[in-house]
Ligand binder design. Structure first.
Ligand SMILES: Cc1cc2nc3c(=O)[nH]c(=O)nc-3n(C[C@H](O)[C@H](O)[C@H](O)COP(=O)(O)O)c2cc1C
Length: 295
């Protein structure tokens, strides 16, 4: 998530906690700390004791309302009931934890239930620190264009910060989202898959600094190797390598002979198999110089 400089004073706590989290992230990457979850889906929030335990270890908690289950939808037949249910959830979590709380929502379930304004307003009234909007309907999945105009509308109605999300694929998209919707910060999803460089690019675009050059094939390969190493370190070889199959696919997007690489990546089961495939595909000739990636 990229935060803009101009933010309401009410968000300082959130900003500070993100800063602390940045330190934490660095420690996690150095292997000095284990990652701690801070974002939960609504299906998982009922255990408030768990929330309190997490509070000691996280600096900011987010509830994702976007991932409504079909069962929940079946329980809810009107917008009023849905808002009531959401309000109950937020109030419970708000009471249970003292760290800043955000909620992430979509524009609505389907065309007949576009409820982001009602839910956003209710969240503000319940004391939530910021609302994140992914402006697609649940029915749309990830298809079609995100309706940035919904972000503008929500921003114009709320006093708390609104974080815009949807279709940020490069630095300029983030700049445009902030300019056109007036949102306070942006959240990046698919644009970061296989492309962790996007965050530097977005920061440069927002602060009007020179946009960094895109990474070379070799630079991509080196970071992918580091990613592979960390995935295995944190998740164990089998799970780490299996999860990395899709990341290998994302990092190879747009590169020559990528489709054959993706086919082979889909079959790797061990760290050494994945490493050899990456070294070959990304033309990493000097294997000895890659030692740092495995520290
Ligand atoms: C692989 C993947 C995993 C995701 N996991 C989560 C998640 O755990 N929680 C969440 O709130 N959103 C999750 N999302 C949704 C994104 O945060 C974001 O709302 C969505 O991708 C739209 O933004 P984009 O157009 O920048 O991708 C996920 C998306 C993808 C593609």
């Amino acid at each position: 998530m990229i935060l803009q400089r101009r933010m309401a004073s009410s968000t300082y706590a959130l900003l500070r906690s993100l800063e602390r989290r940045k330190d934490k992230l660095e420690k996690i990457l150095k292997g000095e700390e284990k990652p701690k979850p801070i974002s939960v889906n609504i299906e998982e929030i009922e255990d408030l004791e768990e929330r309190k335990r997490w509070e000691k270890e996280s600096e900011w908690e987010n509830i994702t309302f976007a991932k409504n289950t079909e069962e929940l939808k079946n329980e809810i037949d009107t917008i009023e009931v849905l808002i009531e249910k959401a309000k109950e959830i937020i109030a419970k979590v708000k009471k249970a934890v003292k760290i800043p709380l955000t909620v992430k929502i979509r524009s609505g379930w389907d065309k007949s239930s576009r409820n982001f304004l009602e839910i956003g307003y209710m969240a503000e009234q319940e004391g939530v620190d910021a609302v994140i909007l992914h402006p697609r309907l649940k029915r749309d999945g990830f298809s079609g264009k995100a309706r940035w105009e919904d972000i503008s509308e929500l921003k114009s109605r709320l006093s708390i910060p609104v974080i815009g999300n949807g279709d940020i694929k490069k630095g300029d998209d983030a700049k445009r989202m902030i300019e056109t919707t007036n949102c306070d910060a942006v959240m990046i999803g698919r644009g970061s898959l296989g492309n962790p460089w996007i965050f530097k690019e977005v920061n440069a675009a927002i602060t009007k600094e020179k946009i960094p050059n895109p990474p070379s094939r070799e630079q991509k390969g080196i970071i992918l190797l580091k990613h592979l190493y960390l995935a295995v370190k944190f998740k164990g070889e089998l799970r780490g390598v299996r999860e990395m199959r899709k990341h290998m696919g994302w990092y190879s997007k747009g590169l020559a002979a990528g489709s054959n690489f993706r086919k082979l990546a889909h079959q790797v089961n061990t760290f050494l198999q994945a490493k050899a495939l990456i070294i070959d595909f990304f033309h990493l000739k000097d294997e000895d110089s890659l030692g740092w990636a495995f520290e």
